[in-house]
Design a protein around this ligand. Structure first.
Ligand SMILES: [Zn+2]
Length: 310
């Protein structure tokens, strides 16, 4: 749990209203929706809260949240990886995440229904669904009943990049709040608080997405990887293949594609960029289809070589 930037802190006032059972927080990927949701959970459970103030950060509830295991907070998100460690083919939050009796494969440690049957340890149970557009219909319908009559006054926070992709009945029963990017100045101040001095490149890449502040080191290495691959692809065939091999195990589908596109935007012509984009899409599709990853990366770097005229 990090401190929110002032412009996101302002949003807390809306979300502190006791009467609301459910909120849809919408905004771009990694704009800071999850951090905001955790602050809301803190707000509703903090022992030393005064109106309009921030969670104290030192009471048992705040400390539990900081440690990442609060007994009253359940976080639900589409699985990123399957049990075998491969990238999940299709993002979905199934009904087995909501009701234990539907979880035949024992995929979920906790289920929303059972979680809400128990009284809160502190004040209010909070269910955060990060990626609410990925709830399938059964899961959404199961949640709908809980949203209408939340046991023990529980609070639901649905985080989404695209409200229109959510099941409309859930949206209509929730308050709505848009989460915008923070300003560059706020982003800079936040990264400095964490002991990083952000470069102008990092600032440009982040574009105010507060969620990226938790991954500063990863972003820096993804940008470095992207640059290395793009440069090495233009050298000999052997170094290019080696660079592809080096990238494969560290490739983060949530960061590297964007880092590559960011580097290409600075270094390639529009025509080359379009082609390179297509090669990258083919790589992503191959990985999602469980193709041989080593081979997929080789094909990608060979395509890149051709595009760059190497
Ligand atoms: Zn507190």
């Amino acid at each position: 749990m990090t401190h929110l930037a002032p412009s996101h802190q302002q949003l807390l006032a809306h979300l502190a209203v006791k009467q609301g059972n459910a909120w849809v927080l919408s905004g771009p990927a990694r704009v800071g929706k999850r951090q905001l949701a955790m602050q809301v959970a803190a707000l509703h459970n903090c022992a030393h809260l005064t109106p309009g103030s921030v969670p104290c950060g030192v009471c048992p509830s705040c400390r539990a949240l900081l440690a990442g295991h609060h007994p009253d907070v359940l976080l639900l998100a589409p699985p990123v990886q399957t049990a075998k460690g491969k990238a999940s083919r299709r993002k979905v939050i199934p009904v087995s995440a909501v009701v234990a009796s539907r979880d035949d494969g024992h995929d979920y440690e906790q289920h929303v229904y059972e979680f809400l049957e128990v009284r809160p340890t502190y004040r209010r149970r909070v269910v955060v669904v990060d990626g609410a557009e990925y709830l399938n219909e059964q899961a959404a319908n199961a949640l709908l009943k809980l949203v209408e009559q939340p046991p023990h006054g529980a609070l639901f926070l649905f985080l989404t990049e695209d409200v229109r992709a959510m099941i409309p009945t859930l949206v209509s029963r929730s308050g709505r709040l848009q989460v915008p990017p923070i300003t560059d100045g706020e982003w800079l101040a936040q990264s400095e608080q964490q002991g990083h001095s952000a470069t102008s490149e990092l600032l440009h890449f982040a574009a105010g997405r507060a969620g990226l502040l938790e991954q500063l080191g990863n972003i820096q290495s993804a940008l470095q990887d992207a640059r290395t691959l793009t440069h090495t692809a233009q050298q000999g065939l052997w170094p290019a293949l080696q660079a592809a091999q080096a990238l494969e195990p560290t490739f983060d589908p949530a960061l590297h594609p964007e880092a590559l596109r960011f580097v290409w935007q600075q270094e390639l012509s529009l025509a080359a960029r379009t082609e390179a984009d297509r090669a990258l899409e083919a790589l992503q599709e191959a990985l999602e289809a469980y193709a041989n990853p080593a081979l997929s990366f080789q094909v990608f770097v060979l395509n890149l070589r051709q595009i760059l005229g190497a």
